[in-house]
Design a protein around this ligand. Structure first.
Ligand code: NDP
Length: 285
């Protein structure tokens, strides 16, 4: 059984990004810049944004953090987004989710200029991906794809079962693996909470990607011997420790390769955000 080490891979990819950022500065005098917007005081969001800021610094990307109070209105947030959309020094805009309840999340995400939408949540970017001509790939599923490709795991012709159909992970994961070419060409089945005979389907998977937000949900009896198992889940247990959606201790003995949590998909998500910010800067005229 092979452990798919996302932390180590993230370090490799980030050093590649840092090199390309330096080249962009030298050749075109452009410093990629990511503007992050944090509304309110959600503790997990504070940690995520701090980690993103750290990653920016490490890669030579300029980071601008906008902290807004929890009672911010949709109109006020839209004003800030308009300002950042127009700012030519800003290449990527990230709105940290979840937003407080009074804010219309869809309206906010739709307002981000698609060329600066480094999370790839805007309908234009989702549409481009769906048509097989992506501008940006959504960070978490992009990280999963890179984890597979860079560990020499073939997706072409393989049966991939994705558990979860969210707009952030499950759905774009399937779209990415359906693309033609390296890291694509898979046969994708997406399953969710209404799926019948879920374990019967997961047992058919050559590659299993689990993104449901239920601690230790996937057990060994749901896995084909030798399958590759990728755990996207991040769940905080009562003792404060983080665990994934896969029961690692039971599945590790049957899987051919498996991601740990933490240290699997998580570090790659942030890395792909850096890569998308670099891409956004490179795409500016
Ligand atoms: P959502 O809650 O948005 O979606 C969960 C999906 O799982 C839904 O499609 C739901 O089905 C499905 N689901 C829930 N329970 C079951 C079940 N018992 N059987 C089958 N399907 C089920 O979550 P996200 O996609 O946003 O996130 C999933 C997990 O990944 C979370 O733990 C989250 O913290 C983590 N995550 C990790 C990231 C990282 O960087 N590593 C980034 C983003 C998320 P239905 O649609 O029918 O309700």
């Amino acid at each position: 059984m092979k452990i798919l080490d996302g932390k180590a891979l993230a370090a490799v990819v980030q050093s590649e990004i840092a090199e390309k950022v330096a080249q962009l500065k030298n050749k075109r005098n452009i410093t990629p810049c990511l503007a992050a917007i944090l509304v309110g005081n959600d503790p997990a969001s504070q940690i995520y944004v701090a980690n993103k800021e750290k990653a920016c610094q490490k890669n030579g990307i300029a980071g601008k953090l906008f902290r807004l109070p929890a009672e911010t209105t949709t109109v006020e947030l839209l004003q800030l987004i308009e300002q950042l959309n127009a700012d030519t020094a800003v290449h990527g805009i990230l709105v940290q989710l979840p937003l407080p309840k009074q804010i219309n999340e869809k309206e906010i995400l739709d307002a981000v200029r698609p060329e600066k939408d480094v999370d790839a949540f805007h309908p234009e970017n989702v549409g481009l991906l769906s048509q097989g001509r992506p501008r940006f790939l959504p960070c978490t599923p992009y990280g999963v794809q890179q984890l597979l490709v860079r560990n020499g795991i073939e997706t072409r012709g393989k049966h991939v079962v994705v558990i979860g159909r969210s707009d952030i992970v499950g759905k774009p994961m399937g779209l990415i693996l359906l693309q033609k070419g390296v890291g694509g060409d898979a046969t994708v089945t997406t399953v969710h909470s209404r799926t019948e005979n879920l374990a019967g389907l997961t047992r058919q998977a050559d590659i299993l990607i689990v993104a449901i937000g239920k601690a230790k949900f996937l057990t060994a009896d749901m896995v084909k011997p030798g399958a590759v198992v990728v755990d996207v889940g991040i769940n905080r247990q009562p003792d404060g420790k983080i665990c994934g959606d896969v029961n690692f201790d039971s599945v590790k003995d049957i899987a051919g390769a498996i991601t740990p949590v933490p240290g699997g998909v998580g570090p790659l998500t942030i890395t792909m955000l850096m890569l998308n910010t670099l891409t956004a800067a490179e795409l500016t005229a």
